[in-house]
Write a protein that binds this ligand. Sequence first.
Ligand code: URA
Length: 238
Amino acid sequence: MDGTLGEEARQILRTARGWIEELAEEGVTSFEVASAEPIPPQTPPIEAKSASDGTTLEAVRAELGDCTRCGLAEGRTKIVFGDGNPNANLMFVGEGPGEQEDLSGLPFVGRAGELLTRMIERGIDLPRSEVYICNIVKCRPPGNRTPLATEVSACRHFLDRQIDAVEPKVIVTLGKPASSLLLGRDIAITRVRGTWHEYRGIPVMPTFHPAYILRQYTEQNRRLVWEDLKAASARTQQ
Ligand code: URA
C-alpha cells in the first residue's frame, strides 16, 4: 500500500474492508448490480404544525445554518437536511447523503432512494411525501464512506431536534450506522432488524439499508424489509 495514503483514504479502505467482512460473514460471495434511474425530488405542499414543545423544522434548519461543525462541510455541495411531511407519523433515518443527494440537497434521491421510495409507496401504500426522511449526518462523507463518530456526534443534536419537531409515532432506522446510533450500541443489523426498540420514548424499527438490498437483491431480503415496514406502519395506527 502507498505509504503516503492520507487518513481519509485509509478510513475509506477500513470502511470498505468492514463491509466486505460483514457481507462475507453473511455468506455473500458476489454482487449483483441493479439499475435504477434517480428519482425526481419531492416537494410536499404540507403545512407544518409546531411540535408540542414548539420546535419547528424551519427553526432547526435555521439553527444548523451553513454548518461547519465537522470536516464534512469541506467536501459537500449542499446540506441535505431532510424531506417530507413535517407532521409525519413515520420517520426514516438513513446514514448520510450520497452523490445525488449532495447535488440536489434532498435525501434518498439516488438509486437507494428510488428503492426506498418503492418500498414505501408499493410496500406499505404510503406516498413518499407522507413520511419524513433524513440522515444521521447532513453532509456527504467523501467517497460515501461511513460517517466517523466525530461527524455523527457533531450532527446528532440536529437529528434529535428533527425528531422533536416531527414527533413521529415510529422511527425506521436504515442500516447499521443509523440503527447503532439510535439503539445506543454497535449493532449487527442482521440480528436486530425486525425487532422493536425505543429512542427517547419513540418506537424504533431497524431494517436493512436500501443500498444493501440493491447489492443483495434477493427475494428473502426484500421480504424481510417489507415485513419490517409493514410492522412499522401498523404501529403508527395503534
Ligand atoms: N443513503 C443514505 O443513507 N442516505 C441518503 O440520503 C442516500 C443514500
